[in-house]
Design a protein around this ligand. Structure first.
Ligand code: UD1
Ligand code: UDP
Length: 454
């Protein structure tokens, strides 16, 4: 898109409000914040305060060079209901005074849920960054959050075609859907270079002499369903103990530190020579550590994406993933908290070069590092065309039927929609769901479309 194409259409300046509260949101929003600032768009940042330790929040503002939040709601830790409720109250107070044209939320945290719910009820457009991911596991708080966010969203920024198809299959229109890749790639590419020039800054990593260490495994673990479950966490710990010819660097999430202490496992693990438990790392140090690792062992969402972006084999300590593209591409294996599976695949990656290389060479499904540009381009276009304005209808709305048809003519999606004044949602090529790109030829395909009645 031509950067200046829409600038002349409106003279007033757009206002974007970004809401976040946790470490991964700060990291993944940073490239978008950069892009917003570079284009001179008005910006306010609301930090919910869900993550508050220096290592989980402030350090990322420094490493990623983004401005301090304009507002911090300081919700702190608590139950989901309390935390989300306090966030909603705080965000609403801010949004009532900010003339936001769009509120951007990211991912699947309570901050994203609170920001999206409040904004949509105030009739402010919601842009959901990293929309459409599904683990299909409703026991995860994140699955509930991301689904509810998508219900309230006006602009869907989906990382991959697979996520877009999740939304189509749930009946969402493709109209406001943008396949943009994931901003984690933007963040990764840019900051790994900076990190390499800078070298390690973290005292623990310097003391460990990471540069000269062999067989490094980076481990992160914080998922509620893992670390709050004694049986699961013990299985993982048992596997870690047996990987004693490696060096496991474990920047520990505060939640995990607390539960390992509660289960009496922390001291035992920390006492092992090959396991190095350290505080959570800043983004630059963490990326650099990853780049020196042979293997990533994690239950993190963002890290599954970063591993395939950096060409690092990943073993995911979960029984499902909302990032199945990483598994299909061959860069990620789900091992759950199954001790035998963890050991089998870790040893294979460490000892079987061919196997490891195959994983390293998996194609990154999350784009080429231009996601933030694409996202802000799309927002600028919508703003210029007044598509962000949400108003109560002033005319009788058309009713519509959802219909299916088998297409026997040579016609593209765009031409079909024009010819029949319709909107296509989903296209089926046999039993395969296809994304209805404008130029897709529909001949012999089955389409699901809206027929309008005025
Ligand atoms: C949250 C997100 C999760 C995301 C993760 C990123 C939800 C529901 N969960 O999980 O999706 O993957 O952030 O890291 O939004 N704590 C501290 N200091 C802090 C923050 C937390 O000590 O700065 C401790 C507290 O004991 C707290 C616990 O960690 O109770 C869990 O924190 P919380 O923010 O509730 O959930 P996360 O596990 O971090
Ligand atoms: N990360 C970091 N320092 C650490 C651990 C993780 O900078 O010590 C980064 C990591 O690079 C990734 C993000 O934090 O970009 C992932 O956050 P987390 O695992 O907390 O959340 P999730 O992605 O699972 O929601």
């Amino acid at each position: 898109m031509d950067r200046n194409k829409y600038n002349m259409l409106r003279e007033d300046i757009m206002k974007i409000v970004v809401v976040f509260g946790t470490r991964p949101e700060i990291i993944k929003m940073a490239p978008i914040i950069d892009e917003i600032i570079n284009r001179g768009i008005d910006l306010s940042i609301i930090h919910t305060g869900q993550h508050y330790d220096k290592e989980m929040s402030d350090n990322f503002f420094n490493d990623l060079e983004i401005p301090a939040p304009d507002y911090n709601i300081h919700v702190g830790s608590g139950s989901h209901g309390k935390q989300t409720g306090l966030m909603m109250d705080g965000i609403e107070k801010v949004l009532l005074n900010e003339k936001a044209d769009i509120v951007l939320v990211q991912g699947d945290t309570n901050a994203a849920l609170a920001g999206a719910l409040v904004a949509s009820k105030l009739h402010i457009a919601v842009g959901h960054v990293e929309s459409g991911l599904r683990s299909f596991d409703m026991t995860m708080p994140e699955e509930i959050n991301r689904r509810v966010c998508d219900v309230t969203t006006l602009m869907y920024f989906v990382p991959t075609e697979e996520s877009a198809i999740n939304l189509l299959a749930e009946g969402y229109s493709r109209k406001n859907l943008f396949i943009t890749g994931n901003t984690i790639v933007d963040a990764c590419y840019r900051h790994l270079e900076i990190a390499k020039k800078k070298g390690f800054d973290n005292e623990s990593l310097i003391n460990l002499d990471i540069e000269n260490m062999e067989n490094i495994i980076t481990l992160t673990m914080h998922r509620a369903e893992n670390v709050d479950d004694k049986h699961r966490v013990s299985n993982v710990v048992d596997a870690l103990k047996e990987l004693d010819d490696t060096n496991i660097i474990f920047p520990i999430h505060p939640r995990t530190k607390k539960t390992l202490e509660k289960f009496g496992l922390f001291d035992e693990l920390n006492g092992l020579e090959h396991i190095h438990i350290i505080k959570p790392l800043g983004y630059l140090d963490f990326l650099l550590l990853n780049s020196k690792s042979k293997l990533i062992l994690t239950d993190s969402g963002g890290l599954q994406e970063e591993a395939i972006t950096l060409g690092l084999p990943a073993l995911t300590l979960r029984y499902n993933t909302e990032r199945p593209e990483t598994v299909t591409a061959g860069g990620n294996i789900l091992v759950g908290s199954d001790k035998e599976a963890i050991l089998k695949y870790a040893n294979k990656i460490l000892n079987d070069e061919e196997f490891a290389n195959k994983m390293k060479n998996a194609k990154n499904p999350y784009g080429d590092g231009n996601s933030a540009i694409q996202i802000v381009d799309a927002i600028e276009e919508y703003y210029a065309k007044r598509l962000l304005d949400i108003k109560s209808p002033e005319h009788i709305m058309p009713s519509f039927d959802r219909k299916m048809a088998l297409i026997d003519e040579d016609i593209t999606v765009k031409d079909f929609e024009r010819k029949y004044d319709t909107l296509i949602h989903t296209v089926f090529d046999g039993d395969k769901i296809c994304f209805p790109y404008d130029d897709l030829n529909l001949k012999e395909m089955c389409v699901n479309y809206d027929a309008f009645h005025y």
